[in-house]
Ligand binder design. Sequence first.
Ligand code: KET
Length: 422
Amino acid sequence: MQDSMASLSVSPAAAGGSCFAHVQQAPEDPILGITVAFNKDPSPVKVNLGVGAYRTEDGKPLLLNVVRQAELHLVSDESRNKEYLGITGIVHFNKLSAQLILGSDSPAIAENRVVTAQCLSGTGSLRVGGEFLGRHYSGQKIIYVPSPTWGNHLKIFPLAGLEARTYRYYDPRTKGLDYEGMLEDLRAAPNGSILLLHACAHNPTGVDPSQEQWEGIRRVVREEKQFLPFFDCAYQGFASGSLDNDAWAVRRFVGDGGEVFVAQSYAKNMGLYAERVGALSIIVKEPAVATRVESQLKLVIRPMYSTPPTHGASIVTLILSSKKWFEEWKEELKAMADRIRSMRHELFNALKERQTPGNWEHILNQIGMFTFTGLSKEQVEYMRREDHIYMTLDGRISMAGLNSRTVPQVADAIHRAVVKFS
Ligand code: KET
């Protein structure tokens, strides 16, 4: 009797159990999970250098003054409403975003060869771009990403139906670009693959190609391999302090007339992390293709999240369309980039004073929000355990998380970890 009962297929829920009892505990995200661990640590001296989020000299998140002004304007404007946006978001926002990355005098924009969709920050822009490519790209559905890269790339693109492979990028020996290795890997990749490039301030390494090297990469992409370049631009303005300089590589690739994808994020450069504001631009060769691409892009977005949210993109639209606010934003952005650079000097000098073994010049030479320290997983774990200093396990530290008060503490901890495990 009991045997025949067991052979009947009774759902666990009907039997009083959960249908999800088999679900395994997942690991925390390698970057966002650092903040979760940090928040649980009761230590009063803890320091979070994990997530790439700007902090002031007081260690606080920064709401840009120009963003606050724009928000005040938005809430007091009674003509505004909360109707649904169109599937690709605010039309004016899209135009201004394309101009910001491609240049206001961009021939591609003037020739109506650019399709832009407001998306959910950089991540959403990459995902929508990936989904579109998974459905419509006529080349190889393989995307090459640098090794190492922002970890989420390796999760986003396979879910969009693209095979993700890596190319050599960083040389741990020189703590610089492995330019030869990179070109060798690109030359060995199938023609017509997709190539993910960090537009500037490469995450996690802080190592960008020089302009000559970008030219070499562009020649391989266009002349040898017919790759489709997909730029991830999450840090425009954070590398050099100038929005135009940081868009140099993207503009160079668009300027040769070839096709390009670009994912933009306003999380870092406007401090709009939680508002999820970004844009995907697809630059094609003919206006008629752009029109058809846009129609299909809408079919990708509609079943995902229907339409994007309005608040953050309205802030960006106001700032980019007002000459006064645009100038103010550039100043605030430069101040953020400058503070990060001054932290590079302070940390470098602090390690030099302590005569910490090793060469730490790369702290000064790397670009953008992060330093790829070269600390091992063992050293990172030791610093977390002993000194309550949190960073990603690959040894990346967010320089924006440092301030003059925490630099000596972090330098002491690095010194101890290096001496202990060298
Ligand atoms: N691309 C890169 C290269 C990147 O570093 C990030 C975020 C994003 C895209 C996405 O940002 P979004 O908030 O979707 O616009 N990087 C930081 C935060 C994170 O991991 O989500 C980080 O590396 O700490």
